[in-house]
Design a binder for this molecule. Structure first.
Ligand code: KMH
Ligand code: ZN
Length: 302
């Protein structure tokens, strides 16, 4: 049986500083949390950057360049930079850091969609920063833009230009068909690293039958030309990644996707979530892929 690749999404652009004191914000915190996650078993580190002053998502390459070299020097993990960015960024802003850093891997979001994260702030009574609540509220009228032309443009610039491979973010079944269209048109090349996402409001819901449906659909569309991974938002994170492992898939955890380690219990670090899913997978007799093995499985440039 193939080894399981653990990805860790360290900070993201969904959660805000008021939601957890453990969310890494500064370049130093992002670097430290990434290194700990890699030491705990993550082969891939998925990264966004935040404004060190107030924790708001930033596309500024100079902020990325304050933590990327530190992570590279201290781990062998695959660096995966977001091209989704944050919910207020233009496509050009979203590509700024990947174009400078030219990483081994970037995310590539496979369709335009609603992306409502307003509920993430439901329990917050006092906000640390003025930007947080309007940011969340604005997502009720937000369109996450990823047209076919946008997708092709990103592949041209990063894939064909720099040899970057992609984590194809598929929030719904239709996104798998969008990816199949791109494969058919030779816009993208196998092996495809397909990240099936469950439980984002605007995407497919976190119901177990949907996970099986996504896998069956991907099997039909991509056959042996893809490597499957799963992430689920919030409280569904561990159950869905466990189900993915059982069904031969890879997993993504991290504070971008959930701030919790158990019911009502905030995770104190990214490493804590990596260690938990690793423990679960190893108890199921599954083996964890090293970064070197992940590079082989995904045919990365290394
Ligand atoms: N926030 C996740 C649901 C990206 O960075 O491009 C998906 C994601 C998107 O990680
Ligand atoms: Zn992300």
């Amino acid at each position: 049986m193939a080894k399981v690749i653990i990805s860790c999404a360290v900070t993201g652009a969904i959660h805000t500083p008021s939601m957890s004191d453990y969310l890494p914000i500064t370049p130093e915190e992002i670097a430290r949390s990434s290194i700990e996650a890699a030491e705990a078993g993550a082969a891939i580190i998925h990264l966004h950057a935040r404004n060190p002053q107030d924790g708001s998502p930033t596309p500024d390459p100079s902020v990325f360049m304050r933590f990327l070299p530190v992570i590279k020097q201290n781990t062998d993990a695959v660096i995966n930079i977001t091209t989704g960015g944050g919910l207020t960024m233009t496509l050009e802003e979203r590509l700024a850091a990947p174009m400078v850093a030219k990483p081994e891997m970037c995310s590539l979001n496979m369709g335009s969609m609603n992306f409502n994260i307003s509920r993430a702030g439901d329990r917050i009574k006092t906000w640390k920063h003025a930007w947080e609540k309007p940011y969340l509220d604005n997502t009720t009228n937000f369109i996450f833009r990823n047209t076919f032309q946008d997708i092709e443009g990103i592949v041209e610039k990063l894939g064909k230009g720099h040899g970057t491979k992609f984590e194809f973010e598929c929030y719904d079944i239709g996104h798998l068909y969008n990816l199949a269209y791109c494969l058919d048109r030779k816009i993208v090349e196998p092996p495809l690293f397909v990240q099936s996402i469950f439980g984002i409001t605007g995407g497919i819901g976190a119901e177990p039958r949907n996970l099986l449906f996504a896998k069956e659909t991907a099997d039909r569309l991509f056959g042996d030309q893809y490597v499957w991974s799963v992430l689920a938002a919030g409280r569904h994170q561990m159950a869905f990644t466990t189900m993915a492992g059982i069904h031969g898939g890879n997993v993504r955890v991290g504070l971008e996707d959930s701030l919790y380690i158990g019911k009502g219990q905030l995770a104190k670090s990214n490493a804590e979530q990596v260690a938990k899913i690793r423990r679960i997978l190893e108890k199921l007799s599954l083996e964890i892929a090293t970064p070197k093995e992940a590079r082989e499985i995904l045919a990365l440039k290394g």
